[in-house]
Structure formats: C-alpha cells, structure tokens
Design a protein around this ligand. Structure first.
Ligand code: EPU
Length: 421
C-alpha cells in the first residue's frame, strides 16, 4: 500500500498527454466476449482496474497481451461463463460481462457486486432489462445466474439514466433475436465509444448519441479494433490541479466536447481557458477562485466523478459554495479527510457546503475511494507544508501514474512504496 508525499505550493506548468478513459475501456473489454477473434484496443490506459478486468477475462478463457497502451485480446477459446466473487468484489464494472456472456453463450454466472465504499449501487436495471429480453434470472449464493437459449428483442425503458445498465443491455441486445429499443439510455461519451465499437463488430444500432437507441439484433458479430476515447475525468482532475495551484497547463489528446460542463465551471471560477477538440489550455495564474456551486447530473452535466475534486478546489475559494451530488447521495467520504487539511465543509443531505479558507495545511490523510483520493492529492498540491496521502492504491485503479504527470508539471510529489501505510 503505497503513499504519496506531497510538499504543496508549487504552481503547475507545462504540457501533459491525457490517457485513455477508464470507464470506456472497462466497457470495451467485455464487449469482446460477443464474438470470437482478435481485437486491438488502442489507447488503453495502464490502470489497476484494467488489470482486474484482464484477470477476469483471462479466467473466462480470453488470451490477453498488454503493452504500451495497446491491449490485444483473443476470444476464440472461452472456457467459462462464470465471473467469481474474487474478481467482481475488486471492481463493480466486472458485472459488464453479464450481458455479453448471456447473449453469446446463453448462460452467465456472475457474482453480485455488493456495496461500495460510499453507499448502495444497485444493479436492478441491468437485471430487469435482461428479464424483459427473456432471461431467466436467479439470485443464489451471492451470484446472478442468468440463462436464456436466445434472448429476444424488447423495449426497455430506464427510470434512471444508467451508464452500466445501458452498456449491459446494449451488449445483450446486439445478439438478441429481433429488435430492441433502450429508452432513456445513458449518453455518456464512454457509452458512445462502446456503441461505435459494437457497430464496428457488425451490430446494427440507430440513435447513437441520443437517449433512444434502437437495436436490430444479428445472429453473429465479428472481431474489430477500436481507439479508446480520452479520459475526461483525468483531464478535469489535472485542470483543477492547475487551477488550485494558480498554474498554467496544456492538456493534449483531449476533446473539449467531452468536458464542457467542467470547463465552464473553471472559467466561472476565474481561470482563462482556450479549448478545442485537440487540446485544452488553462491559465489560472490570476485565479481568484470564485465560489462556484455545482450539481452533478448525467452527461452532459457536471460529472459525479469530479464532485470530490471540485469540493477540494472550492475549499480554497473566496466565499461559500455548495456542491450537490444527485447521482450518488452519499459520496462524501473525502470531506472528513479534507477537514483534516483545514477545509471548512459541512454536509447537509446530499450537499457539501464549503466555506472557502485562505489556506490549507498539510497533514496525513487517508484515501477511501478513487475520486476521494484525487481530491486529497489536489488539496495537498495547494496546502502549505507536507501532505501524506495514504492508501493510494485507490488512485492506481483509475489514474495512469498520476504522480508522474503531476511531477512533470512541477509538483513536488513522490510515491513511497510500503506495506504499512
Ligand atoms: N442505478 C440504479 N440501478 C441500476 C443501476 C444504476 O438505481 O441498476 C443508479 C445508481 O445507484 C446511480 C445512478 O443510477 O444513482 C447512475 O449509476 P450508473 O449505473 O450510471 O453508474 P455505473 O454504471 O455503476 C459508472 C461509472 C462510475 C460513475 C457512474 C456515473 C463505470 C465503470 N463506472 O458507474 O464511475 O460514477 O457511471 O457516471 O463506468 C468512477 O470512475 O470513479 C466511477 C465510480
């Protein structure tokens, strides 16, 4: 369990390249189960969650080779339809194998993902959708056991926009018999990346980029290659690192259209930005850190995955702001840790009310989940003195060597390897 030691105060300056999106890769990888053959997934980020998904796919019989952000998979010899607890407990996105295994093999046994560090994250929409497509689903011994000789097309209407349920149902529907529609489908860029991949594999999908997808099931698909889109959350996190240290940074390999809601909020907070669909430049040198409220919502709204980072940023604002999470009502594990650094934050239901302070002071803080850890790193970059962020394995799940990128931009941050942290 490594830790980061950060001596705060350095302004970030320079250029970095954004890696591929975690949440896109985690949907693209299981989609390869839908058809035998060779796949190349370009721009795959080197993350622990990707290695976890690789282990799960390897357990199912997939052959995998991963080097220099190119992930090669071969799905000719699938030997199991069983995703065991030991894999799924490490990462909820493992449940993505359910739709493709069931659609191609008529059987899937997938461990129930269980709770998450910040509260319940149900998968009822995944299961109800598959049932509507004719799957026989039984919950037994902590497992979802899903069976159907051949799924049939259906109209599936989601009450809530869900990234995971849209991905799972989509992967099931492309091989189902007949036509399906998904109403209120998620339109997150990572889902669009998946739709593009499925189309390259021969799937027939209409309505790409809209909340109404229409799918005409086919008898079989073929293997294909795909470029993973850039990670909008990594980009947003590094932009806040520049803004909070009053630095000036250019991000390459990023499309502004992926994160306009974040860019807009950063501009309102007092940063100057130049952006297009190749790069984003942020100039926070004269940043006043105006207090700016955010409320998370599904894409294209402000992402819940940036809520903790924005809270850390607003901890140093010149006034009071409110950050409300409407996607995950309890996602505030970072708040007590930010308070240890001197932040003045109170929680009221699903909102954090943040009274900006003049300075944060370094301390030892504990990572509790991926984005919470990112917020602690951001606070540490701006705090006076030394901050130790313990248990950074959470960060390694979703950021490709973030400390190297930050160090390259001038941050005083180092990873200390060890067991005791
Ligand atoms: N929901 C249900 N029932 C379901 C599914 C979802 O009630 O069957 C609810 C959730 O509880 C939540 C809302 O619907 O309130 C949206 O959840 P969603 O299903 O969209 O989340 P997810 O697919 O489990 C993905 C990302 C998360 C990200 C959310 C929201 C992946 C692998 N994970 O999760 O990413 O927070 O969408 O955008 O794509 C992260 O990267 O740190 C992360 C947690």
């Amino acid at each position: 369990m490594d830790k980061f030691v950060i001596r705060g105060g350095n302004k970030l300056e320079g250029e970095v390249t954004i890696s591929g999106a975690k949440n896109a890769t985690l949907a693209l990888m299981p989609a390869t189960l839908l058809a035998p053959g060779n796949y190349s997934l370009y721009n795959t980020p080197e993350l622990n969650d990707v290695y976890t998904m690789m282990k799960l796919l390897t357990h199912l019989g997939v052959a995998a080779e991963f080097r220099d952000n190119l992930l090669k998979l071969n799905t000719d010899n699938i030997i199991s339809q069983d995703a065991p607890y030991e894999h799924v407990k490490k990462m909820r996105a493992s449940v993505y194998v359910l739709g493709p295994l069931l659609a191609r093999f008529g059987l899937a046994k997938v461990s129930l993902p269980g709770g998450c560090s910040w509260g319940p994250r149900p998968i009822n929409l995944h299961l109800e959708g598959l049932k509507k497509m004719g799957a026989d689903i039984e919950l037994s011994g902590g497992y979802i056991i899903a069976k159907s000789p051949r799924l049939h097309g259906s109209k599936i209407s989601f009450d809530i926009s869900s990234v995971g349920a849209t991905g799972n149902i989509l992967m099931a529907a492309v091989l189902a018999k007949g036509e399906s529609s998904i109403i209120n489908a998620a339109i997150e860029p990572e889902i669009i990346n998946l739709v593009c991949f499925l189309e390259k594999m021969g799937a027939r999908i209409e309505g790409i980029g809209t909340p109404n997808l229409h799918i005409e099931g086919v008898d079989e698909l073929k293997s294909a290659d795909i470029d993973t889109i850039p990670d909008r959350i990594e980009a947003g996190t590094i932009l806040i690192a520049a803004a909070i240290t009053r630095g000036k940074v250019k991000l390459n390999n990023i499309k502004a259209e992926l994160l306009l809601s974040i860019l807009n909020k950063l501009e309102n907070s007092g940063c100057n930005l130049i952006y297009n669909n190749e790069y984003i430049e942020i100039d926070g040198v004269n940043n006043n850190i105006n207090p700016i409220d955010v409320t998370t919502s599904a894409f294209p709204g402000f992402p819940t995955d940036m809520q903790a980072q924005w809270t850390a940023y607003m901890a140093l604002a010149s006034g009071v702001s409110t950050v409300t999470d409407t996607i995950y009502l309890d996602r505030f594990k970072h708040v007590p840790e930010l308070q240890r650094l001197g932040a003045s934050i109170t929680i009221n239901e699903n909102s954090a009310i943040i009274k900006g302070v003049k300075k944060l002071m370094g301390a030892k803080v504990m990572s509790t989940d991926l984005r919470a850890s990112a917020s602690l790193v951001l606070a540490g970059l701006a705090a006076q003195g030394t901050t130790e962020v313990l248990r950074v394995y959470h960060l390694d799940r979703g950021y490709q060597r973030i400390e190297e990128k930050l160090k390259f931009l001038g941050a005083d941050i180092e990873r200390v390897e060890g067991k005791e942290f």
